[in-house]
Structures are given as structure tokens and as C-alpha cells.
Design a protein. Structure first.
Length: 192
């Protein structure tokens, strides 16, 4: 019995050490680094790449891509087409986020405690101020391979996933899924 209790205690302590960090801490850590880079007067090419990575590496692009389509459309596609869609979607989002840096600048930020749903879903609300104006950001997150990844970012009640879903639904009313992928690819290419 003592051996069992020791094994159980050891397992629990090891799992605690390797548990994912708190979702608020995950966001705060990247945001602190991002804000330091955004406040620099000039940035090197390497720093610009770091900014783009900080902006995008917190996202679960597959989940965001899936939420950006009507569920029926997602289910009707073959895996190869879905992979192509996710790849081009990620390229488009990565390119466009790097061009809209003003959205991410903040003089100060206050984070509310994470609202957890089970152990692998969280919503984190951040209040940011830039030049005296407040913005409210809500990160909808899932735990993916031990890291917290956002599948949606809501800025002042405007959902990224919902916005894409409305745009893509409108396109799909008159065009095929293959056409949608090509449109997204063109947008990603133009943004470079």
C-alpha cells in the first residue's frame, strides 16, 4: 500500500511539473515580448519575423479554419482539400496579421482570470489601453499538445472566426470550395 501511495504521489507531482501553463500566463508571456518589440523605434528583419511569430504562434489554425466554415461544408470535403484549405487559410491570416500591427499595440493590459470549461478549454479576457482608448480582447482557447492555442480572437465583440465564416459563406453561395481555396491563396499571395 505504501508503494502504491508513493507511486501515486510521485505521478501526481510529475504531472503537475509537466502540466500546461495557465492560459492567462501563456498569453501574458507572449504579449509582454510582443509589446517590447512593438515599442522599438526601428526593428530588424529578424525582429519583424519574431513579431509575426508571436502574433501567430498562439493560434490553432486548423480549429480556426474549421470554425470559419459552415460545419456542413467542412464535413463534405475530402481530407486533402481540407488540408489545402487550412494551409492557405493559415498563410492568409499570418500575412494579414503582420500588416495590422496597430491592433496589437498596448500601453497597458489587465487580464481577467481564465474562465475554464473542463481542463482543456478556456476563455481569457484582456482589457488593453493604447493612447487612452480601451479595447477588450477575448481569447477562446483549447489545450493542444500541452500548449494553450486560440481558435478565436474577439476584439470589442467582433469575432475573427465569425467574420471569416460570414465572408466564406457568402463566397460559397456562388462558388465552389476549390474556388474558395484559390481566393484565399490569392489573398495570401497578395499580402506578401
Amino acid at each position: 500500500m505504501k508503494k502504491f501511495l508513493f507511486t501515486l504521489m510521485f505521478s501526481l507531482s510529475i504531472s503537475t511539473v509537466f502540466a500546461a501553463e495557465d492560459p492567462v500566463q501563456a498569453i501574458r508571456k507572449k504579449d509582454t515580448e510582443l509589446q517590447a518589440l512593438l515599442k522599438k523605434k526601428t526593428t530588424t528583419a529578424k525582429e519583424k519575423e519574431k513579431i509575426e511569430n508571436l502574433l501567430n504562434d498562439s493560434f490553432d489554425f486548423k480549429a480556426l479554419a474549421k470554425k470559419s466554415l459552415p460545419s456542413k461544408v467542412w464535413k463534405e470535403q475530402i481530407p486533402e482539400d481540407l488540408d489545402r484549405f487550412v494551409t492557405e487559410f493559415e498563410r492568409m491570416v499570418r500575412s494579414s496579421s503582420a500588416k495590422r500591427l496597430e491592433l496589437y499595440r498596448a500601453d497597458s493590459t489587465i487580464y481577467e482570470p481564465a474562465k475554464m470549461k473542463g481542463s482543456d478549454e478556456a476563455r481569457v479576457v484582456a482589457h488593453t489601453w493604447y493612447k487612452g482608448k480601451e479595447a477588450i480582447l477575448e481569447y477562446k482557447m483549447n489545450l493542444v499538445n500541452g500548449s494553450w492555442k486560440a481558435w478565436d480572437l474577439v476584439i470589442d465583440d467582433l469575432s475573427t472566426a465569425r467574420n471569416y465564416k460570414e465572408q466564406f459563406s457568402q463566397i460559397l453561395q456562388s462558388k465552389s470550395f476549390a474556388d474558395l481555396i484559390n481566393i484565399i491563396k490569392e489573398k495570401a499571395d497578395q499580402a506578401k
